[in-house]
Design a protein around this ligand. Structure first.
Ligand code: AMP
Ligand code: MG
Length: 482
């Protein structure tokens, strides 16, 4: 395995050499064979005791220099000038079979210079949650970091109770965050932001290397990727839960699965995170927060847009004002696809969403059931509603719109089942899997993974995985897992 260190060698100010804690009794709980294959990593080795030590950063191979990365960030709107990898380390960069560069990164690997009051550790459950949900997101074709492994450390860590500790080993296009630019902008070296932007362009936006106004084009491109990413979250009913600027990537990947969860019954105000008291990161607020975070990125880039500060602000404002339009266009297109239509009328979509909301209809189940209406079985869709007459009126309109499409009804139904998942990692199933994993039983986790890794492909015997949570999950809460 060949490690490269392009980031830390180009921008040494943004990283500190560090070692992971030595785990007393390493045990690889899960290895992602699909990811391992992509990077030509030997799964048998990763499953071995030596492989577990490698995945914990305890056996450091040649060329690998573990680093804790520096970044800042706005957390729930308040600025922290120095966050950084307080319980994480970058092992190095590896290149996949297509020649693309990725970070291999550990989470839960012990205290670093950025740990502040934290213990630098992670418990099995939150690391397994990141593994399950990121795999589900990948299978839903939503850009995301991926998990390579979860390795139990054999150590008990102190949370509300003692819990078994673990390290997650993940792969990311990079760990450049909005918060990395914020950190650079406050650094004593005034050239650092420009060097960071050049690095980000070379790594994620190579087409922009030689264009005029490349930093402005770079900012526009990041905004574009975030508009796309967040529209995909919204269409899937995904709530990130902690969209702090340190958790927003420059690459456009979803990162840092903490209190994230999928919405069950449709409600724009849905919040799962126990610490999000004001609903800052509620489902329907995610596009606004995306724009807010991009404004924070723009602030760091202003000196690169123009020598005239007022002009820079005007240029950046224009891009930011365009973000909602970009987002809306992407979301409209995605929602039309979910409905099997080339372009669904806005009022028609709004009527549907309002009906789903007022009647507390399961978001995922409803969209999946629509393709069966086309095939002649409307029972599942109809049974989702209490006020069936209201649904019937909507369904009639929908069928008229479908009849106006050029494709056959059968082809539309097939296409709809390619964008409306039947299986998502439902909160009660995730909790059940994590509770068992904490007790040493990985069976439910492996089963859930097998199900959500093929979210569009209906299989018999998996009915349980399509069902909404029991009613006691109405007030479901997630925790940051720190
Ligand atoms: P996160 O909520 O995982 O995105 O983390 C936010 C910040 O808190 C990052 O700087 C983390 O490194 C830090 N952090 C989270 N959990 C811990 C922990 N147990 N020990 C030290 N730092 C932590
Ligand atoms: Mg984070």
């Amino acid at each position: 395995m060949i490690f490269e260190n392009s980031y830390t060698s180009t921008l040494p100010e943004l990283a500190v050499t560090w070692n992971s804690d030595v785990a007393p009794n390493p045990n690889a709980l899960i290895i992602n064979e699909d990811v391992a294959r992509t990077f030509n990593l030997d799964s048998d080795f990763l499953k071995s005791p030596a492989g577990a030590r490698f995945l914990l950063g305890n056996d450091v191979i040649d060329g690998c220099t573990p680093m804790a990365l520096a970044y800042a960030g706005h957390q729930f709107g308040g600025y922290s000038p120095r966050l950084g990898d307080g319980r994480a380390l970058l092992l190095g960069e590896i290149i996949n079979a297509s020649g693309d560069r990725f970070d291999l990164h550990l989470k839960g690997s012990g205290r670093t210079t950025f740990s502040r009051g934290g213990d630098g550790k992670a418990a099995i459950a939150p690391m397994m949650r990141e593994y399950i949900v990121s795999e589900a997101m990948h299978a839903l074709r939503i850009p995301t970091t991926r998990s390579l492994a979860v390795v139990a450390t054999g150590e008990q860590i102190a949370r509300e109770t003692w819990l078994p500790g673990a390290v997650l080993c993940r792969i990311a296009a990079s760990h450049l965050r909005v918060g990395t630019f914020q950190y650079a902008a406050h650094h004593e070296d005034p050239t650092l932001v420009q060097r960071l932007a050049d690095y980000a362009i070379s790594r994620h936006y190579r087409d922009l290397s030689n264009v005029d106004n490349k930093y402005l084009e770079f900012f526009k491109a990041v905004a574009q990727r975030q508009a796309s990413l967040i529209s995909q979250w919204m269409l899937a009913g995904f709530i990130h839960g902690v969209m702090n600027t340190d958790n927003m990537t420059i690459s456009g990947e979803t990162i840092d699965y903490g209190p994230c969860a999928f919405m069950d019954s449709y409600d724009p105000a849905t919040v799962f995170s126990s610490i999000d008291h004001n609903g800052r990161y509620a489902y329907s607020n995610q596009p606004h927060i995306g724009q807010w975070n991009l404004a924070r990125l723009a602030e760091t880039l202003l000196p690169l847009f123009s020598d005239d500060k007022d002009e820079s602000v005007a240029i950046a404002t224009e891009v930011l004002m365009d973000f909602p339009k970009q987002y809306q266009a992407l979301w409209d297109a995605g929602m039309s696809k979910k409905l099997g239509l080339t372009q669904a009328p806005v009022d028609f979509i709004n009527d549907l969403l309002q009906m789903l909301h007022t009647q507390s209809v399961d978001y995922t189940q409803f969209f999946r059931s629509l393709s069966s209406v086309i095939s002649g079985d409307a029972s599942a869709a109809r049974n989702s509603f209490i006020n069936i007459e209201q649904y019937d009126v909507w369904e009639k309109q929908w069928k008229q719109l479908i009849a106006g499409e050029s494709q056959t009804a059968e082809a539309i139904a097939v296409a709809m089942n390619q964008v409306n998942p039947i299986y998502i990692p439902r909160n009660h199933l995730v909790e059940e899997a994590l509770a068992a994993a904490t007790e040493g039983d990985l069976g439910p986790t492996l089963k859930l993974l097998e199900v959500v890794q093929q979210p569009f492909n209906e299989r018999s015997g998996l009915e349980r995985f399509t069902q909404p949570a029991p009613t006691e999950y109405k007030n479901y809460q997630t925790f940051c897992g720190t």
